[in-house]
Design a protein. Structure first.
Length: 365
């Protein structure tokens, strides 16, 4: 990991995106500025906003900025009005393009249940009080990127001669090894337990995944490894979520399980995420989407984005103390009873996006 001296300027590419993205990123930037660290922040268009201005969701100028930065702070992309565009031009392609071009292969999604928000979850308080899981998802392989893919006329199967679509699920050994190392190293700093999620009983790709993860585990005798089928993992996350520490899995299973885990906590508006490459350059974004239905109303929850900025300080900018300051400030604001509408409950004070950001700034004191 690069070691930054205090005088080194850290470059952050700020990409707000669409919908509520601009509102929540504004608050995270406000919080970062109060820290008075040597940041250089530069903003660029991405997603639908970039398509409107440049005819592409990830213009060359935005990509160059992201590549040159130590970290990318990302809002959210997408809007229903772009659903009719050809797939390569849709806002969501921006995030896939950034992952690919920056080599972001490891996605970290914490699912943390804050004591003050236990009531917001649909699960019984005793199941989730004190919950702290980390889901690590491989981001650049699997069926999402596997070639060949396409449509053709079927030559076999149940209905030869009819139109069919096909995708390819594949993983190479180095891809699995590097994500396994990330998971075991993360577990070392936590409760020393990794659950590797697969579907080895029916998929050759995931029998291979299981074999390779088991091989890598030999280098981490201090960490416990368990293997679990994805269908069972989906059930256990709801039944006994606190039994998990670090969960590591492929791109598609990780996509689904990380969303499931985030809902255990009661509000996806609270959950940050980080996507890292081998140099610890990272893209940091809230786990939620662009929510076009509430955009412009000033009611979006900025805390996931503010907490993503804390993860950015920790993983890419080597500023652990500053990361902890932000996390403590968020806890303090929740303890004061301030809530955006998505996490509001009887007896708490409802505030808007900017008020919540201001409260975090004030709590940083």
């Amino acid at each position: 990991m690069a070691c930054y001296q205090f005088h080194t300027t850290m470059k952050i590419a700020v990409l707000p995106g669409d919908g509520i993205g601009t509102e929540i990123v504004t608050e995270a930037v406000k919080v970062l500025k109060v820290l008075e660290l040597p940041f250089e922040m530069e903003t660029a268009l991405v997603g639908g906003a970039a398509y409107e201005a440049h005819g592409h969701p990830l213009p060359e100028s935005t990509l160059s900025l992201a590549k040159a930065a130590d970290a990318v702070l990302f809002g959210a992309v997408g809007d229903w009005k772009y659903d009719k565009l050809d797939r390569p031009l849709r806002p969501e392609q921006a995030i896939l393009g950034l992952r690919k071009n920056l080599g972001l292969f490891a996605n970290f999604r914490p699912a943390i249940c804050y004591e003050q928000l236990v009531g917001a979850s649909s699960l019984k308080p005793e199941l989730i009080a004190g919950l702290d899981i980390l889901i690590i998802r491989e981001l650049t392989g699997d069926i999402y990127f596997g070639q060949p893919r396409g449509r053709r006329t079927a030559v076999d199967g149940h209905f030869p001669g009819t139109e069919e679509a096909f995708d390819t699920m594949r993983y190479s050994k180095p891809e699995i090894e590097r994500i396994a190392h990330v998971a075991f190293q993360a577990a070392r700093k936590r409760n020393k337990k990794v659950t590797s999620v697969d579907k080895a009983n029916v998929l050759e790709t995931f029998q291979f995944w299981k074999d390779v993860v088991t091989e890598v585990h030999a280098q981490y005798p201090d960490v416990q490894l368990e293997h679990m089928y994805v269908d069972n993992a989906a059930m256990q996350l709801v039944k006994k979520p606190k039994a998990f520490d670090v969960v590591v899995t492929g791109n598609m299973f990780g996509d689904i399980l990380s969303d499931e885990a985030s809902m255990l906590t009661g509000s996806i508006g609270m959950l940050p995420s980080a996507s890292l490459n081998s140099r610890n350059q990272g893209l940091y974004e809230p786990s939620h989407g662009s929510a076009p239905d509430i955009a412009g109303k000033g009611i979006a929850n900025p805390l996931a984005t503010i907490l993503s900025a804390a993860m950015m300080l920790r993983f890419s900018l080597n500023q652990e103390a500053a990361a902890q300051r932000i996390e403590a400030a968020v806890q303090k604001v929740l303890a004061q009873g301030l809530r955006t509408p998505d996490i509001w409950s009887e007896g708490t004070t409802q505030v808007g996006t900017a008020q919540m950001g201001d409260a975090v700034v004030k709590a940083l004191g």
